[in-house]
Design a protein around this ligand. Structure first.
Ligand SMILES: [Zn+2]
Ligand SMILES: [Zn+2]
Length: 309
């Protein structure tokens, strides 16, 4: 296990760079719930005007949303998904399902189910391999090749992280004790720790070495991940004391979302993302992920999915 395994991360990080951070993830989630207008986004996400304006502008600039006037004076706009933005629907469904499964949903929406109209069933989104349609499992993905450019990529990922730091620290989104998915993956270091954990890293020293992360930052993020129930800590040596950090079931269940975000970046940011380097060992094909409805095995589209009490 070494830093070369971080190759996957490039696509995930590029994807997150475009959809931004936890604010952007929340805005997208509201947009998939049918919100279109500035004030609707404001009341449902709790973002300040300045934050919301910046995120909406970035989402339009990145071709995720487009805006069009809805009043005759043309001074008010609504925001709708582009085709590229619609490509994030599957990841958004997985994010919602994860929060539902681990009971971190807003009380407002936790009593609502998503229905898939074509099969008239409760929608259970599942990440599957595009080639063999088997459900994606952490153990079934292996590496095809190594990339010498990786250290450069790590620097790139870190610079993306730094760009977002000012925004992230300016407003505290953690106003509830539950840690939402957007809070986890919207923090670059947390996401990096998760990704190396997906590929087998457990020891503190290995996280330090692979991520070239400052010890203070690593300690803080590991603590947050333990509190969120995503990692658990186990002593493996007493003198000196050494600990292993392993993914819990809750942590492992973040894997499909992460991989669907990676897939979106590969599909929609081909000029930024290099060739896929992961192999689905069940079928031997290059890993490509899609989301289907567990009941009818079809790909859900926003027009076919409705909220029901
Ligand atoms: Zn496969
Ligand atoms: Zn269905």
């Amino acid at each position: 296990m070494n830093i070369n395994r971080l190759i996957l991360n490039s696509a995930v990080a590029q994807g997150l760079d475009v959809i931004g951070d936890r604010w952007a993830l929340r805005i997208l989630n509201e947009a998939f719930n049918g919100k279109r207008r500035f004030e609707e986004f404001r009341s449902h996400t709790g973002a300040s005007r300045a934050t919301l304006t910046r995120r909406l502008t970035a989402l339009v600039d990145n071709d995720i949303l487009y805006k069009r006037p809805y009043s005759t004076g043309a001074t008010r706009f609504e925001y709708k998904f582009t085709e590229k933005g619609l490509g994030l629907f599957g990841a958004s469904l997985l994010a919602r399902q994860w929060e539902l499964d681990w009971k971190v949903e807003e009380p407002e929406t936790s009593d609502k189910q998503l229905f898939h109209s074509p099969c008239n069933s409760i929608l259970q989104p599942r990440a599957v391999c595009r080639h063999c349609h088997e459900a994606l499992e952490l153990e079934d993905v292996s590496w095809l090749s190594l990339d010498e450019e990786l250290n450069n990529q790590m620097d790139e990922i870190k610079s993306i992280h730094q760009q977002h730091q000012a925004d992230l620290s300016s407003e505290n989104i953690n106003n509830t004790p539950e840690v939402k998915l957007a809070d986890l993956v919207g923090d670059r270091w947390t996401l990096l720790i998760l990704i190396v954990a997906f590929f087998g890293t457990t020891r503190y020293d290995d996280f330090l070495k692979q991520l070239k992360i400052a010890p203070g930052i690593l300690v803080e993020r590991l603590k947050n991940l333990i509190e969120a129930g995503v990692l658990h800590r186990k002593s493996y040596q007493s003198n000196p004391p050494r600990y292993a950090y392993k993914l819990t079931a809750k942590g492992r269940s973040l894997y499909p979302f992460t991989m669907s975000l990676r897939q979106w970046a590969i599909d929609w940011l081909p000029d930024k993302v290099s060739e896929p380097n992961l192999i689905h060992s069940s079928c031997g094909e290059a890993l490509a992920v899609e989301i289907h409805c567990e009941s009818c095995k079809q790909k859900p589209w926003p027009r076919d999915v409705r909220l029901q009490f």
